[in-house]
Design a protein around this ligand. Structure first.
Ligand code: ZN
Length: 449
């Protein structure tokens, strides 16, 4: 299975535009951890891939947590006594403190103030705030809007409901030859915010599409679109027994901005996924940085909680909280870029290719080098230099002793995994390598190095 070959047949600029326009389609929806916003979002993702939607009732215990009430909102505003709206949910869904309880009252400014949230350091931007686990109501607005408020009465209305209902998440499972799974998870609970979290959703959905087009999958794949924190906890609670099938996992988020890549390693720190992502990033042609695991961030926190300790890392471009647009109205559709979305999809495809093709081989002629020239496998690219292709063949032959995986060889040689994997394929066809499954397998026995 080679996703990159498929992806590179397409015009990457076009792919980027498709990803961006899907994000634009999802952008206006007012999502939260429960309710119709996330349902509507999953329905749109379901137009791209056959997503299974799971509903879990309010009050269901999930480890130390409880599935919360379902939140839905129809309208919200602050208006002057003459009825003129000065803040309108219909203009921007960030204006409502996400998960606000309902309110309808006329109150003086001094009573309203404690319910208003602004960002004085960016006076034009509206902050994104939530009140998931503490029932209250509030509005978010730009500091400039706040400064315009006068000492008079205001009508405040949040036409929302917080009632017993369901927590909704989406799941797409693609079986492979092995029951071992690759997990790709992203949170789908943020309203009109583009990098966090729409970029992750659109890249994951298109990655799923690419994987689905491949017939010859070694691994099974599971794509999760869940509300942050409580969704991952709920999925793990419902899948406690099967979670151990996850051999490699990635949380995708903040993956569409102009920044370089950041990969936060799994709690294990040396899992194959950690090495795989580092290897792909090393050769992706964009700036990148590898970060150690920390127990905060996104849903890797849950997958890497000590009881599970799954090999799940988090792939980002700019790290959450490190860019001023984070959790503000400035994280909009202009903040994410088609070429960056496409570049992120390409990295994810490269990681999948690596995981699928990382095997151990045995050199069939281990006593001195086999003569590649007479097999038409030795090409020098002029002068004394041997090209990447020939170099990769020599590396693969030398280290294919049944002990070293192709990823080991890629790391040791400094060559891109794709070149190493291509070399293994050519050498196998020429009968110089065998991939004996009895001895092979990174896939089989998951040896640690
Ligand atoms: Zn966030």
């Amino acid at each position: 299975m080679r996703l990159l070959n498929e992806l590179d047949k397409d015009d990457l600029t076009k792919v980027g535009r498709t990803l961006h326009s899907f994000a634009a389609e999802l952008y206006p929806i007012c999502r939260s951890i429960t309710g119709n916003g996330i349902r509507q979002t999953l329905a749109l993702i379901g137009n791209q891939i056959p997503l299974q939607t799971v509903e879990v009732p309010t009050g269901t215990p999930v480890f130390d947590w409880t599935v919360p009430k379902e939140w839905n909102i129809r309208d919200a505003y602050i208006s002057k006594p003459n009825g003129k709206r000065i803040l309108d949910f219909r203009d921007c869904n960030l204006h409502v403190l996400n998960y606000s309880s309902p309110v309808h009252a006329t109150i003086p400014l001094n009573e309203l103030r404690p319910h208003l949230f602004t960002l004085p350091q960016y006076p034009e931007w509206v902050p994104y705030r939530t009140s998931y686990y503490q029932e209250t109501w509030g509005f978010c607005l730009s500091d400039n809007q706040m400064l315009n408020l006068k000492n008079e009465d205001y009508e405040v209305c949040i036409d929302s409901t917080l009632e017993d209902g369901q927590l909704t998440y989406g799941e797409y499972y693609l079986p492979g030859r092995s029951a071992d799974e690759v997990l790709v998870s992203c949170h789908a609970c943020h309203p009109s915010l583009a990098n966090d979290n729409l970029s992750g959703l659109v890249v994951a959905a298109y990655l799923a599409k690419l994987v689905a087009q491949q017939q010859n999958r070694h691994y099974s794949y599971r794509f999760l679109f869940v509300p942050g924190t409580i969704g991952a906890i709920t999925w793990l609670a419902k899948n406690r027994e099967n979670a151990g099938r996850v051999r490699h996992g990635l949380v995708l988020t903040c993956i569409g901005d102009a920044g370089g890549f950041h990969y936060k390693k799994s709690r294990r720190g040396n899992a194959e996924i950690d090495r795989a992502v580092a290897q792909v990033l090393r050769h992706c042609g964009e700036p990148h940085e590898i970060l150690e695991f920390s127990p905060y961030g996104y849903d890797e926190r849950q997958f890497c909680s000590p009881g599970f300790n799954l090999p799940v890392g988090c792939l980002m471009r700019s790290v959450w909280g490190s860019f001023p647009e984070y959790h503000t109205s400035a994280d909009n559709l202009d903040f994410i870029r088609p070429e960056q979305l496409a570049g992120s999809l390409r990295v994810c495809a490269g990681v999948v290719d690596l995981l699928e093709n990382n095997r151990r081989y045995c050199n069939q002629i281990p006593y001195c080098e086999p003569q590649l020239g007479k097999r038409n496998l030795y090409r020098s690219t002029g002068g004394d230099a041997i090209g990447t292709e020939t170099s990769a063949r020599l590396w693969v032959l030398n280290f294919s002793d049944g002990e070293h995986s192709l990823l080991d060889i890629a790391e040791r040689s400094g060559l891109p995994f794709a070149a190493i994997s291509d070399a293994a394929e050519v050498l196998s066809l020429a009968g110089l390598l065998s991939c004996n499954h009895a001895i092979a397998g990174e896939h089989r026995n998951h040896r640690q190095f």
